[in-house]
Design a protein around this ligand. Structure first.
Ligand code: CP3
Length: 352
């Protein structure tokens, strides 16, 4: 029997699989009763910083759903704290950074991060999860890509137009490049440490990079994302590089050099794969809001994505962005089951 680990790692390397592997971004979270029960007692930061709790939350979706990967539970913004950011999660508001970066001297003052000391709780949670899943399910480590981390550091929260971020880019290019260089180092050392602790795959989240023109992406972002991926080349874990609204950035993202590119639902999967080219895998791309549709409609959309992937090696099924809090958990389960059932390959082709 193929384990999820074999299935997932083979898909990352674009080798034939018995069926398409599936997982869900933000698969640990509020749509799940077990998560909500823990959140009654602990804050998000407590969950992230207590290895036993982070490990427990990481395992919740594995216990409830037939997914082919676990993703370590932490938040994208946690590594910004040891750099000097004062991070708070205001109830129902999302993350806020109380001392946003606005100048060259702010960038200068950011500290570099030593993951073994500053992010030891995540590395310990990874070791605990790995002992528990015993190689049967792969564990995905993750970090924010330099642009998305920078946008939070500069805006101080989520943003609609990224005005402060682009202003720093356009008015103080040296400060911008200094900032992205620091964030690239932090992401690289953190991901290297996660792999050393047992993560078998890593995902780089560049969730908000789609706000950039292709030109600005190439000039202000691509070199730093590439720097992170180059730094992982010999670490022994495939890299998934994810962003939303990236239809026009895909050929530039491809140059960053990941094994797999994650795309959202705004571009049909086959169209995206054509732009990325056949020598890179693809992850995606069901609209997370489609999980609120009636089951026959969900089924139609899952089939459409699988048909566009055409059983070509290198597809990992996922949503185009994270699961939303009110999502019916039975619909998430139905998608995972459907993906496995509908994509099951003939035996010869799986071995071929
Ligand atoms: O995928 C997983 O299950 C692992 C856990 C995970 C979390 N955050 C935990 C979390 C992951 C992969 C993230 C990534 C993350 N965090 C991103 C990139 C991915 C994306 O969705 O674009 C971003 C931009 C963040 C920053 C962040 N954290 C925001 C904007 C919010 C508020 C929005 C929201 O969903 O509440 C968070 C909070 C957060 N991070 C929650 C979880 C489970 C919800 C917190 C809660 O329990 O109240």
């Amino acid at each position: 029997m193929t384990t999820s680990t074999e299935r997932f790692l083979r898909a990352c390397r674009r080798q034939p699989v018995d069926c398409t592997p599936v997982w869900f971004m933000r698969q640990a979270g509020r749509y799940m009763a077990a998560y909500q029960a823990l959140r009654q007692r602990y804050s998000l930061l407590d969950l992230c910083k207590t290895p036993e709790l982070a490990a427990e939350v990481t395992l919740q979706p594995i216990q409830r759903l037939p997914v082919d990967a676990a993703i370590i539970f932490t938040d994208l913004l946690i590594p910004l704290e040891p750099m000097g950011a004062r991070l708070v999660f205001a109830p129902n508001e999302g993350p806020v950074i109380e001392n946003p970066i606005r100048s060259a001297s702010d960038v200068e003052a950011l500290r570099m991060v030593d993951p073994q000391a500053d992010l030891a709780f995540t590395l310990e949670a990874i070791r605990m999860v790995c002992r528990e899943i015993d190689g049967k399910v792969p564990l995905i480590g993750f970090a924010g890509a330099p642009f998305t981390l920078a946008s939070y550091l500069i805006e101080g929260s989520g943003s609609r137009h990224y005005i402060q971020t682009k202003q720093l880019m356009y008015h103080q290019p040296e400060a911008w490049h200094g900032l992205l260089d620091k964030l690239a180092s932090v992401a690289t050392t953190f991901l290297q440490a996660q792999i050393a602790a047992g993560a078998q795959v890593v995902q780089l989240f560049d969730s908000w990079v789609g706000c950039l023109s292709p030109d600005d992406y190439r000039r202000y972002v691509l070199p730093y994302t590439k720097q992170v991926i180059d730094g992982l080349r010999n670490a022994g874990a495939p890299v998934i590089h994810f962003g939303t609204d990236t239809a026009m950035l895909l050929d530039a993202m491809r140059e960053a050099g990941s094994d797999v590119i994650g795309v959202d639902w705004r571009i049909p999967l086959d169209d995206a794969w054509r732009r990325i080219g056949p020598d890179v895998g693809i992850q995606g791309n069901l609209d997370p809001v489609a999980l609120f549709a009636p089951l026959p409609e969900i089924e139609r959309r899952v089939d459409d994505i699988l048909q566009r992937a055409g059983n070509r090696p290198g597809h990992i099924f996922n949503l185009g962005h994270g699961i939303l809090p009110e999502t019916p958990v039975q619909h998430v389960q139905a998608v995972a089951d459907l993906v496995h059932a509908r994509s099951a390959r003939q035996k010869e082709s799986a071995e071929g």
